[in-house]
Write a protein that binds this ligand. Structure first.
Ligand code: NAD
Length: 370
């Protein structure tokens, strides 16, 4: 029988919470769909909980860690991105936090791929035409045409887990692939993808011999791409030698081809939205499809809602990981819920010899290095 651990979850993550309850944990869940006020989270932590389950909506910083001094043992984040958690503060208080990497990789990459198709082939405008009964005729090019994805060149910005999964999906569409990542180049993966592309051509499956390569600057990637798909973490000034805050700004958007599309499923602040709205309005680029925003939910007055760019700007509600299995499976190898709960259990029950540096889902291992 476990010691009765107390856990507060800032939102309901489904069946996986029963795994904790079945182990005898006392689990309290914030009952509303909206995020709890920070003061409430601080109050729960101060009341002595052992574990806190968070999502990307909760700001977790020194105030929270201070409230949990001596009692809070783990923060289990239900997401792969953790820009809402102040890593330096967590390390100062030596509180491990976990994330749910890997299990959402394929779902997020396929969503990015679908966004690319939706904006390029004008799925939204085409459906409106049909629904609003404005489809008056079949015509070779009226009232509009879309742009093909097949055979085009894509730039993958950030070749971590999701970027590599996106590359895999693009190979099935005979795409050429430019990869850019200042910190991590998976040359072996790129070599294997090139072998697949060669084989597809050799067997007559792909008409052209498609190619994939790393380039050394973001300019080299985006200047030559028909599609640019962004798969970086949000890293602000001081958090990385290559910060990603406003990586896409007036300068980089102007480098893109006027026929190119930007797809962002990473984090909103990676794109300067004011610059993007201007880029769309003034036709520096052909279109954009976004799942994430500088402020979420997207404010009513956002420049991105401008009707003048509506047909070329697809907007989705931070939905890329929102597949049924990906979000809710209790299996830590399949679902965010299962992995989140397992990360929490590992820390509270002292798995892996009780060493957070050895625990697979702990992010800030550096705080526990020997
Ligand atoms: P990852 O850490 O495996 O990969 C990120 C890659 O970006 C790394 O290889 C890193 O070196 C690279 N990178 C860092 N700075 C860069 C820069 N300046 N330029 C180019 N590349 C840079 O992470 P992941 O699992 O692939 O996830 C990526 C991000 O996607 C997450 O951090 C999260 O913010 C976002 N995400 C969003 C959703 C969604 O629902 N929209 C779902 C999952 C993940």
């Amino acid at each position: 029988m476990n010691e009765q651990f107390r856990v507060f979850a800032t939102c309901d993550i489904g069946e996986a919470l029963h795994l904790l309850r079945n182990k005898g944990y006392e689990v309290e869940v914030y009952p509303q769909p909206e995020p709890p006020p920070k003061a409430l989270v601080v109050e729960k932590v101060r009341a002595g909980i052992d574990g806190l389950i968070t999502t990307l909506r909760d700001k977790i910083d020194a105030e929270v860690f201070e409230a949990g001094k001596g009692t809070l043992k783990v923060v289990a984040q239900y997401a792969v991105g953790f820009d809402n958690i102040n890593r330096a503060d967590a390390n100062r208080y030596r509180i491990p936090f976990t994330n749910t990497a890997d299990v959402l990789t394929e779902a997020t990459a396929e969503f990015a791929f679908f966004l690319m198709g939706a904006v390029a082939r004008k799925l939204w405008s085409a459906e409106h035409l049909t629904r609003e009964n404005k489809w008056g005729y079949w015509h070779p090019y009226l009232p509009f045409l879309g742009d093909e994805v097949t055979g085009k060149t894509i730039a993958i910005i950030g070749t971590g887990r999701i970027g590599l999964a996106m590359i895999k999906k693009c190979t099935g569409f005979d795409m050429n692939i430019l990869c850019y990542d200042p910190a991590y180049q998976n040359e072996a993966y790129v070599r294997k993808i090139q072998e697949v592309l060669n084989l597809r051509h050799a067997h007559g499956i792909s008409p052209e011999r498609n190619w994939i390569k790393y380039v050394f600057s973001i300019e080299d990637a985006i200047r030559h791409a028909d599609y640019v798909s962004v798969h970086v973490p949000l890293l602000r000034e001081g958090e990385s030698p290559a910060p990603t805050y406003h990586l896409f700004n007036e300068r980089t958007l102007r480098m893109m081809k006027p026929t190119a599309f930007l797809i962002n499923t990473s984090r909103g602040p990676v794109v300067d939205e004011a610059a993007l709205a201007q880029a769309l309005k003034e036709n520096w680029i052909a279109g954009a499809a976004l799942d994430v925003y500088e402020e979420e939910p997207l404010p009513a007055g956002s420049l991105l809602r401008d009707p003048a760019i509506e047909d070329r700007c697809r907007l989705y509600p931070h939905f890329a990981s929102a597949g049924r299995i990906t979000r809710l499976s209790t299996d830590p190898n399949k679902g965010m819920a299962g992995r989140c709960v397992q990360g929490l259990i590992d820390v509270l029950e002292g798995n892996y010899g009780g060493d957070p540096a050895e625990m697979p889902y702990v992010v800030n291992k550096e705080a526990f290095g020997k």
